[in-house]
Design a protein around this ligand. Structure first.
Ligand code: NIG
Ligand code: FE
Length: 418
């Protein structure tokens, strides 16, 4: 018997039904839903999950054990947001209203605004300012039950500022509870200094920036914005080859505005994830189906850009293991709300609530190579748990834009209590 430090009693406990990860295609329709279940934790780990009769004999309750009564509530794993651009200077509300009046996102970018406007603001921001704004945004996320967040650089496009962004992530990791996964996205746009010399920027990335980021150990992944007018498939391939040689794992912004075969590239290179995929082709779907890549869909971006949504049902029918993320960034998708993304996935991509929960927990964890430790409620996993004021998990995406989170536990510690 293990002494429990925390026991969450009596809620509807919801977690992945399949113990083989990621959860693919049709299997995503299933979740384990246990009414009046218990979740027992010791230290930073979950030690038992099940009915009271199953858990009671396995754990010792002492006077020090903290009990949370979750009757009438839903208990889920900590939510995971596997694609964000968390760290940036400034904001772009002016562009948001221009787009609302009909201006095109890629045209704004081609005219020197868009990502380049955030690059100017991020270069001008101090490390302290980036940490402060990052901290506030992580608070927004944590209050919604998000306990792990992937964070990309990509608003520096020079060595100093890219490292400053990644340093902000490293500082935030030390001082607040959300687990952060850093990704280097130096290939996010052509920097102002290299508008006429793309070859020069590529060489600078390959020879100087990627090795420096590796040496400093500040990023786990390398991502590229593979898009018409940004990085071509051939240019992306060179960056990814160098990144892999240096020991990075790979993610890609693929088939977002145009179909360039980004999904096929992800499959060919065996990337951890291929993200966006609004314009994925049938061949792209087939290529992903024959690979281990996790497709990450970002319906907040389709919503915000008023573009067609990714063909989630087609992808599920092909047996793909979908994950969902916010894409939180200052331009194409200024929302940090994974809850909104979950509602959009149901409404506009016809995903079921079961599929959505698998997508924001276990499959999101898998895309970050953390499904052995995060993403489900199982003995031995890290105790990342959310309690929602809802007696059924299906009410969570249904109450659009309402934050039902009451309690968030990160690594066994109560970090939010509403
Ligand atoms: O994922 N597509 C490229 N990057 C971001 C947008 C970044 C921005 O607009 O600042 C995205 O949509
Ligand atoms: Fe993105």
């Amino acid at each position: 018997m293990v002494q429990a430090d925390l026991v969450i009693m009596g809620g509807q406990v919801v977690t992945a039904a399949h113990k083989e990860y990621p959860v693919r295609g049709r299997a995503m329709q299933h979740l384990e839903v246990l009414d009046r279940g218990w979740v027992a934790c010791a230290g930073d780990k979950i030690i038992a999950v099940g009915s009271p009769d199953e858990v009671r004999p396995r754990v010792e309750l002492t006077s020090k054990t903290q009990i949370i009564d979750a009757e009438g509530k839903t208990v889920t794993p900590g939510l995971i947001d596997p694609h964000t651009h968390l760290i940036f200077g400034g904001s772009r509300e002016d562009e948001f209203y221009l787009r609302a009046q009909g201006a095109d996102y890629m045209e704004i970018m081609a005219a020197g605004g868009g990502i380049l406007s955030s690059v100017r603001a991020t270069r001008a921001a101090s490390l302290t300012e980036l940490v402060a704004s990052g901290r506030q945004r992580l608070c927004w996320m944590l209050r919604q039950g998000v306990t792990t967040v992937e964070c990309k650089s990509g608003y520096g496009l020079d060595l100093e500022t890219e490292l400053k962004q990644l340093e902000a992530v490293r500082i935030l990791q030390r001082e607040q509870p959300v687990e952060l996964v850093p990704t280097f996205l130096g290939a996010h746009a052509w920097p102002p200094e290299y508008q006429e010399d793309h070859q020069g920027y590529l060489e600078f990335l390959l020879d100087t920036v990627l090795p420096a980021v590796r040496e400093q150990g500040v990023a786990e992944y390398v991502d590229v914005f593979t898009e018409k007018g940004v990085f071509s498939v051939e240019q992306s391939r060179r960056i990814f080859a160098r990144a892999r040689e240096l020991g990075f794992r790979l993610r890609v912004h693929a088939d977002e505005m145009h179909n360039l075969g980004g999904a096929e590239l992800a499959a060919e290179l065996g990337m951890a994830s291929a993200d966006h995929l609004l314009m994925i082709s049938d061949q792209g779907i087939q290529a992903l189906a024959a690979s281990e890549v996790i497709p990450i869909l970002l319906p907040g971006t389709a919503f915000s850009l008023r573009k067609p949504y990714a063909p989630a049902r087609k992808m599920l029918e092909a047996g793909l293991p979908l994950a969902l993320a916010t894409d939180f960034n200052p331009g194409s998708c200024p929302t940090a709300s994974l809850h909104l993304v979950m509602s959009l996935a149901c409404l506009y991509m016809a995903m079921t609530p079961e599929e959505v929960f698998n997508a924001v927990t276990i499959n999101a964890a898998h895309s970050l190579q953390r499904s052995d430790r995060l993403g489900s409620l199982e003995p031995g996993k890290q105790a990342d748990v959310v309690i929602f004021a809802a007696d059924d998990f299906r009410k969570i995406p249904y109450f659009i834009g309402v934050n039902l989170v009451e309690t968030v536990v990160k690594a066994g510690q109560i970090v939010v209590s509403n």
